[in-house]
Write a protein that binds this ligand. Structure first.
Ligand code: SF4
Ligand code: SF4
Length: 373
């Protein structure tokens, strides 16, 4: 069957406008009733990367979450919401609060699930075993709610990358350590997506994050809601809107090659405004995307001039040590109350950037990287 991606314009997070846009995208995909039957357990997975307020464009906006919850409830679904951010050892309560999800849960009567407390279920895929959140695998239906963002390691975070939060706790750091190269790590992400296979993906691209995503980039109005039953097709369309070339984002390409979904834009039916009319020519991509086009043998040489490194803004750092605990390769040591990074060990995974509660970890770019970003 041809994969379909529905796009609707939505200029801001006014709840009525978001509801209309979400409803219109789902209607053009056959309506929410085509995906949820009455009485089914529905797990909604937003992007709750950090305990940041919605205006920072780090997390899926609560208006989008609420609109999708209400759609699922109208179809008779028993809805719940869950995620496992990388610095979850600090406690989930502040995440629910800061992102606005607790208020949404109270308004809609939906429980917020702690993936760490729910245990895991093992799934094998291509010889690799993943211990995924029980809450996710025991749901009848999973709805994926990614935020459109750049990512320093994987270039892009969308439908596929958002499901990495279905791995509870420290497993996330373990896979970063085992697979430090972006392409290898992207295979893990595609494995996890394949294990879960959400029935629907609804992307918040009203405001996206450009530049140094996924945590410290800039908020950028894109003005769109995207939805699809095929998260790979949705990622392919989102990649085009952001300005990536076909095949440039590993997760989208690998998932397409494996037949997990459709990554070829020519084979995707796109509803709503034409993709060329909403594609952006000036969306700021992370500087690391330039390394993709350097011949393999020259990457190490080019890396001397074209680099991005995590640095700490000491004026914002509280010395909490979260970044050191989140670093999968123990490249960060706390000295005199401040984090010190060993760049020989650093694999540029951005876990410190993602997990810092103060937004004190930024990405410093070399002169050449700044020139091209
Ligand atoms: S950089 Fe952030 S996470 Fe690391 S110690 Fe400072 S405030 Fe904590
Ligand atoms: S220092 Fe930061 S970017 Fe480098 S490996 Fe550790 S967590 Fe990842």
């Amino acid at each position: 069957m041809t994969s379909q991606v529905a796009i609707r314009k939505c200029d801001d997070y006014d709840y009525a406008r978001v509801t209309d846009a979400v409803h219109a995208t789902l209607s053009s995909l056959g309506g929410i009733g085509a995906y949820i039957r009455s009485g089914q357990k529905v797990l909604i997975k937003p992007n709750m990367l950090s305990a940041k307020s919605p205006d920072r464009a780090v997390t899926t906006h609560p208006a989008v979450l609420e609109a999708v919850i209400r759609e699922a409830q109208q179809a008779g679904g028993e809805v719940r919401v869950g995620d496992s951010p990388s610095a979850v050892f600090r406690g989930l309560a502040r995440y629910w609060e800061a992102t606005g999800y607790r208020a949404v849960a109270e308004r809609t009567g939906v429980p917020l699930l702690n993936f760490e407390a729910g245990g895991t279920i093992a799934r094998m895929i291509d010889g690799s075993e993943y211990h995924l959140a029980r809450h996710v695998l025991e749901a009848d239906v999973v709805i994926n709610l990614p935020k459109m963002k750049t990512h320093g390691l994987t270039l892009y975070t969308g439908a596929v990358k958002n499901l990495y939060g279905c791995l509870p706790g420290f497993q996330k750091a373990r896979y970063h350590k085992l697979y430090p190269k972006p392409e290898d790590f992207s295979r893990v992400l595609v494995d996890i997506y394949t294990c879960i296979r959400p029935v629907l993906t609804v992307m918040d691209a009203v405001f996206a994050m450009e530049g140094n995503g996924p945590s410290t980039g800039s908020s950028r109005r894109v003005g769109l809601i995207l939805a699809s039953a095929d998260g790979i097709a949705l990622d392919a369309v989102a990649n085009r809107i952001m300005g990536y070339k076909p095949g440039e984002v590993h997760t989208t390409r690998i998932a397409g090659e494996r037949g997990v979904g459709e990554s070829d834009l020519d084979r995707i039916r796109i509803g709503g405004p034409g993709i060329e009319s909403v594609a952006l020519s000036d969306f700021v991509l992370p500087p690391t995307h330039l390394l993709r086009w350097v011949p393999r043998g020259l990457v190490r040489w080019a890396g001397r001039f074209l680099w991005v490194k995590p640095r700490t803004d000491v004026s914002r750092c509280t010395g909490c040590g979260v970044c050191a605990r989140a670093c999968p390769v123990r490249a960060i040591e706390m000295k005199d109350g401040l984090p010190v990074t060993d760049y020989d060990l650093c694999i540029n995974c951005m876990c410190c950037n993602e997990s810092c509660p103060e937004g004190a970890v930024y990405q410093e770019m070399s002169w050449l990287a700044r020139r091209f970003s």
